[in-house]
Design a protein around this ligand. Structure first.
Ligand SMILES: [Zn+2]
Length: 148
């Protein structure tokens, strides 16, 4: 089974409970302890690559579409803080906002997601690295884009 398309995932058939869930449950799944099975590096790579595959699958044509998707799905509020190199800031990140400083960045899935979206938009391979994160003690996430 490959990536399940978003249009398929939208069919919840939850007439009583609806489509929204508590963010805590999302975070329980998002921060499942896959490090235990794959090691820290392996887990981070899987998250990044999964995010990238998902980002690509959206086929976004512009940054504005990415910003809108992230707002509509409450992923976070995106601000482009610099164009060269591209630096993208995310406020109220779905994954890490409000979490304590642990001396590590947390948003590998989100970094990959940005990479996947940008590869479609720019038509170039990119590498995205998180530079600021709640896990590092910041009150927003920031990602730096390297065009390969
Ligand atoms: Zn973060």
């Amino acid at each position: 089974m490959g990536l399940i398309p978003i249009d398929v995932l939208k069919n919840t058939n939850r007439h009583n409970l609806g489509d929204s869930i508590d963010i805590v449950l999302f975070r329980i799944v998002r921060f499942a302890n896959i490090e235990r099975y794959l090691g820290e590096r392996g887990a981070n790579i899987i998250l990044y690559e999964s995010g990238k595959e998902f980002g690509k699958s959206l086929n976004t044509k512009s940054i504005d579409e990415v910003v809108k998707f992230c707002k509509d799905y409450k992923v976070g509020l995106i601000e482009i803080v610099n164009k060269n190199p591209i630096q993208i800031r995310v406020y109220e990140c779905i994954s890490c906002s409000g979490l304590p400083e642990i001396g590590k960045k947390l948003c590998y899935f989100e970094a990959g997601f940005i990479a996947g979206c940008l590869e479609n938009i720019l038509g170039k391979k990119v590498q995205v690295r998180e530079t600021h994160c709640a896990g590092l003690g910041n009150d927003y996430c920031q990602f730096e884009v390297k065009i390969l």
